[in-house]
Design a protein around this ligand. Structure first.
Ligand code: IFM
Length: 458
C-alpha cells in the first residue's frame, strides 16, 4: 500500500480486528452455557477435520484479560466480537443466564477500560441445540426466539456497546448449514436452506425492531458475505450462471435488507424450493427497515462456468487465480474494490464497514520464536490498497476489521487454518503476534499521524 493510499482513509477510520465466540472462547461446559449446534456437529465423527472440537479453542473465556491487553498493546482500538447465544440463553428461550451475562459485562467493560470500542455480533452461528431440535433456522419460530434473545441481551448490555450486528453471514448459516451440510447443523435439503435464508432475514428484521424499541440511538445492521462473481468466458451462458449464483450467494440476503423485496432473480431460482411459501405478509417490510450502516465480509472472487449437468444452479465454481491461501481461496485484491463499489451502486450509500477480510496461511514459529507471515502482510496491503481505491471512487468506507485477531477454530476445518494476526500455540496457549500484527500496528499509527498532520495544516 502506497502512502497516498493511506491518505485515502478518512480521519476516524476504524482499524479493527474480529473474532467470534465459538471460535475462541472454549469453556463450552462452563458458566451454565448450554449446548450449541456446533458442539453437536463437532462431536459427530467425521464432520470436523481430525475430529477437533472447540471445547478449549483459544481458552479466551479464561484469558480474555491478557488477550485484551495484547490487543491494546498492538494499537488496536476497534474489536468486533460475538456473544455466544447458548452462554446467555442456554436453551434459546426465557431468562438470561446470569453467569453468561456477567462474563460479557466484564469483557465489554474490559474493552472500555482499555480504550477499545466494541462492535458486537449477536449471532455468529452457535444456535442453542434445543432450537435446532425444534427445526432450527428452517422453523419460523427461531426468528422470534432470536428477537427475544436480542431484546433481552441489548436491554442488559446495550449501555456498554453502541454498534451491533444481528446475524453474521446468513448465507453460511442457511446454505452451508442446511443445503451443503458442510456446517452445523449439517443438513442437506435446499428447501430447508431457503426457509433458513428467509428466517435469518426475518430474524434480523425482528431483532432490529426490538433493539430500536430499547434504544433508538444504538447502531444496528447485519454482516453479509459479499462474494465477487465473474464469468469464465464472455458467453451468455456464463453470464446467466453468474446471475444465478449471485442470487444465491448475495442477493437473497442483500435484496430484502436494502431494497425490501426479493428480486425476480431470487424468486426465479428459489420459488420451486418454497420461497413464496415462507414469506408472510409484513415480513419484507420488517426486514427492509433502515439499518445504520452496511456490514460487509469479503473473502473471494469466484469464476463461474455454466454447466447444465450441475444441479439446479447449473454451474461450476472455481476460485479466481491466484488461489494461494491455505484454504485454496483466491487472492485478488481488486475483488474487494469491486464488491464495495457494487454495494454502493446497487444497495446503499450508508457508511460501510468491512466487518471481515483476511487469509489463512500455514504459519509457524521459527526457532527464535518469531512468526513471519509475509504473505499475510502482502494480502492486507493489497486488499487495503483496493479499499483505498474504492474510497477514491466514492465508496463511504468507514472501517475495516481484519479477520482474525487470534488463530482459532475454523469450523469444519478445525485448527488447520490459521487466520490470526496473532499466532496461538494450542498446546500451551502461548500467543505470539505475527509479523502482520506489527505491520498492522504501524499502519494504524501512520494513519493516525497522517490525519493529525492533515488536521493541523487545515
Ligand atoms: O472463520 C470464518 C468466520 O467465522 C466467518 N467468516 C469467514 C471466516 C473464515 O472462514
Amino acid at each position: 500500500m502506497r502512502p497516498s493510499d493511506l491518505q485515502s482513509f478518512p480521519a476516524g477510520f476504524r482499524w479493527g480486528v474480529a473474532t467470534a465466540a465459538y471460535q475462541i472462547e472454549g469453556a463450552t461446559t462452563e458458566g451454565g452455557r448450554g449446548v450449541s449446534i456446533w458442539d453437536t456437529f463437532a462431536r459427530t465423527p467425521g464432520l470436523v477435520r481430525n475430529g477437533e472440537t472447540a471445547d478449549i479453542a483459544d481458552d479466551h473465556y479464561h484469558r480474555w484479560q491478557s488477550d485484551l491487553d495484547l490487543m491494546a498493546s498492538l494499537g488496536i482500538k476497534h474489536y468486533r466480537m460475538s456473544l455466544a447465544w447458548p452462554r446467555l440463553q442456554p436453551t434459546g428461550t426465557g431468562e438470561l443466564n446470569r453467569e453468561g451475562l456477567a462474563f460479557y459485562r466484564e469483557l465489554l467493560t474490559g474493552m472500555r477500560d482499555r480504550g477499545i470500542t466494541p462492535l458486537v455480533t449477536l449471532y455468529h452461528w452457535d444456535l442453542p441445540q434445543t432450537l435446532e431440535d425444534a427445526g432450527g433456522w428452517a422453523n419460523r419460530e427461531t426468528a422470534h426466539r432470536f428477537a427475544e434473545y436480542a431484546s433481552r441481551v441489548v436491554s442488559e448490555l446495550g449501555f456498554l456497546a453502541t454498534d451491533w450486528i444481528t446475524i453474521n453471514e446468513p448465507w453460511c448459516v442457511s446454505f452451508l448449514g442446511y443445503e451443503r451440510g458442510a456446517q452445523a447443523p449439517g443438513k442437506k435439503d435446499t428447501r430447508l436452506a431457503v426457509a433458513a435464508a428467509h428466517h435469518t432475514n426475518l430474524a434480523h428484521g425482528l431483532a432490529l425492531a426490538a433493539i430500536r424499541m430499547i434504544d433508538p440511538n444504538l447502531r444496528v445492521s447485519n454482516s453479509n458475505l459479499v462474494t465477487d462473481l465473474v464469468p469464465a468466458t464472455d458467453s451468455p451462458e456464463d453470464a446467466a450462471a453468474v446471475l444465478r449464483l449471485d442470487a444465491m450467494n448475495n442477493r437473497i440476503f442483500l435484496d430484502p435488507v436494502y431494497t425490501g423485496e426479493y428480486s425476480a432473480a431470487v424468486h426465479e431460482l428459489f420459488d420451486e424450493f418454497g420461497l413464496r411459501d415462507v414469506v408472510h405478509e409484513g415480513d419484507l417490510e420488517l426486514i427492509g427497515r433502515p439499518v445504520d450502516y452496511v456490514g460487509l465480509n469479503h473473502y473471494q472472487r469466484i469464476v463461474v462456468s455454466a454447466d447444465e449437468s450441475a444441479g439446479y444452479l447449473g454451474l461450476t465454481e472455481r476460485p479466481a487465480e491466484p488461489a494461494t491461501t491455505s484454504f485454496g481461496w483466491s487472492v485478488v485484491p481488486d475483488s474487494l474494490r469491486s464488491v464495495l463499489a457494487r454495494v454502493k451502486r446497487d444497495y446503499s450509500d450508508l457508511p460501510i464497514y468491512v466487518t471481515e477480510n483476511g487469509a489463512s496461511y500455514n504459519d509457524y514459529a521459527d526457532p527464535n520464536g518469531e512468526v513471519n507471515d509475509p504473505e499475510r502482510v502482502e494480502f492486507f496491503s493489497g486488499y487495503l490498497a483496493a479499499a483505498a481505491a474504492a474510497i477514491r471512487e466514492g465508496v463511504n468506507l468507514q472501517g475495516y476489521y481484519a479477520w482474525s485477531f487470534l488463530d482459532n477454530f475454523e469450523w469444519a476445518e478445525g485448527y488447520s487454518k490459521r487466520f490470526g494476526l496473532v499466532y496461538v500455540d494450542y498446546p500451551t496457549q502461548v500467543r505470539t503476534p505475527k509479523q502482520s500484527a506489527y505491520w498492522y500496528r504501524q499502519l494504524i499509527a501512520d494513519h493516525e499521524a497522517a490525519t493529525a498532520e492533515a488536521a493541523a495544516s487545515n
